[in-house]
Design a protein around this ligand. Sequence first.
Ligand SMILES: [Zn+2]
Length: 284
Amino acid sequence: MNKYSSQIIEHVKSGELEYLQFKILNKYNVKHCITLKRGGVSKGDYESLNFRTLGNDDIKNVLKNLEIVKEELGINYVCKGKQDHTDNVIIIDNKNKDEFLFEKLNAQKVDGYVVKDKDIATLITTADCNPIIIYDTKKNIVANVHAGWKGVINRIYINAINIMKKEFLSDPKDLVVCIGPSIRKCCFTSKEEAFKEKFTSVFEYTDRYLSYEEDKETFHIDLIEILKTELKKANVLDKNIYVADICTRCNTDDFYSYRAAVQSGKKDYATMATIVQISENNVK
Ligand SMILES: [Zn+2]
């Protein structure tokens, strides 16, 4: 069994390439992956499977990395906008998919996608932020959402669910929510009162997600606990929330971490990709 395989996660190795899949999404034939660092062609600080197009990595290497993963998953068409920690979620369909083709590096600020077409994949990038896949098991519709701490606060994942409800009549009780590796409460810390208040002013249940380490005079914030609480408030069932038990900052041999890059004085950082595309859902 590979390192990160668990009851909910399949850690796949395919040659040099490594990625994670959620077993529940495999059950519904949802093509997807959350990449690790290995199996790509990027060099130096970006080694090796970098998907960050806004940094200083050679874009040719990023595109080659994308081709490697597309071939592995058997997908052709990958869409993406420009991530900016917004709460913007858009529907990608046959009308707009060309303008959001990954290779075109669309500059529209988008951090989440909802797709019902079977031939369109979407991609979000993360390095400590939460990659969130929301799948409607009845309607066979999927959302792919980037939620860093700003996205947790602005509830972009709830925006995605609201679009699924409004446009596709999704029932939250049919939704499966999968949260991939991200920075966890062990490492998501701050000494700044003002930073803490960004959370406490929005989420009143502070005792559930906020803790204080006296000797280091440091706050720890549990973003997963906030995500779970907000998702349940939106009528997602507790049993349908799947969280990969992996902190990116604790596991920098395998995952890119923005905080690790900053703490080691690097000027830029690399990112993993979360890619998702629905196919025929044969599960009754
Ligand atoms: Zn950690």
